[in-house]
Design a protein around this ligand. Structure first.
Ligand SMILES: O=C(O)CCC(=O)C(=O)O
Length: 254
């Protein structure tokens, strides 16, 4: 499907994505677009609002970011021209430490295919910084090149100052309609060399595109007063099957 005014990647950018498993693209959202979304999210919201992964279906503010022409055209180029289908959307705010030692915790290092198995494995994400983010305020971390090694072993992380630990059960459904439940927990990939973990600096409005195999996560916000805000959309290529039933109803991004 044709996207109006698409943002076009250079062959070098596509090669970098293929080599590293992630790509930072500046200015996918304008300051005004970011500010409008953040202002909307500051308005009072019902209990459990951020637990819902499907606001892109019926909330125009969320749909606008998940279906943004810049984001979708880049996702489409990275999916070899397939039309991206939206799986889920998340808004993640990490509060600073203030007078405490640490602020909000991050998400232990994982591959998204741990949480969202898909067939085939076309899962990818666009994580957009909604303010300036870096190692000091729970910025996104990645392990460059980790997308080339398939799915890593992961265990439930230890609850510590950096990461929350949790467990949840999901209904799963295959293409033939067979159903079962599967336990998920806060996955943590064991044995990573800290030197391989890159702490990204991503300015407001930039997007980090990464594959479902790319190891990524974040650490606690240890800044005194710098909140970290990000919006992430997970896509698959048209024709892919998402096995988790709660996010199986895909929304075409175009
Ligand atoms: O923003 C973070 O802290 C981690 C985000 C993440 O894991 C994701 O978008 O899949």
């Amino acid at each position: 499907m044709q996207i109006q005014d698409p943002m076009t990647l250079t062959p070098e950018q596509i090669a970098r994505y293929e080599r590293d498993g992630y790509l930072i693209v500046h200015d996918v959202l304008s300051d005004d677009e970011v500010d409008a979304f953040v202002a909307y999210e500051q308005e009072p919201k019902p209990e459990g609002w951020l637990d819902n992964l499907r606001h892109h279906v019926d909330d125009p503010h969320w749909a606008r970011l998940a279906r943004h022409p810049n984001v979708v055209s880049i996702a489409q180029q990275l999916l070899d021209g397939a039309t991206p289908q939206i799986v889920q959307t998340m808004y993640m705010e990490r509060q600073p430490a203030g007078d405490a030692e640490v602020g909000d915790k991050g998400i232990a290092l994982h591959q998204d295919l741990h949480y969202l198995p898909t067939e085939p494995d076309t899962l990818m994400a666009c994580w957009i910084a909604l303010n300036d983010t870096d190692a000091g305020n729970a910025g996104l971390c990645v392990v460059p090149g980790s997308h080339k090694d398939g799915l890593y072993e992961a265990r439930k992380n230890e609850d510590d100052q950096e990461h929350d630990a949790w467990e949840v059960e999901h209904l799963m459904r295959d293409r033939d309609g067979n159903e079962w439940t599967q336990r998920f927990f806060s996955f943590d990939i064991e044995g990573l060399d800290p030197e391989d973990i890159e702490r990204l600096t991503v300015p407001k409005g930039a997007g980090v595109f990464f594959s479902g195999y790319t190891i990524h996560g974040s650490y606690a916000n240890r800044s005194k007063d710098r909140v970290r805000r990000a919006f992430a959309t997970h896509y698959v290529a048209e024709g892919s099957w998402v096995v988790r039933a709660d996010v199986q109803d895909l929304v075409p991004a175009v």
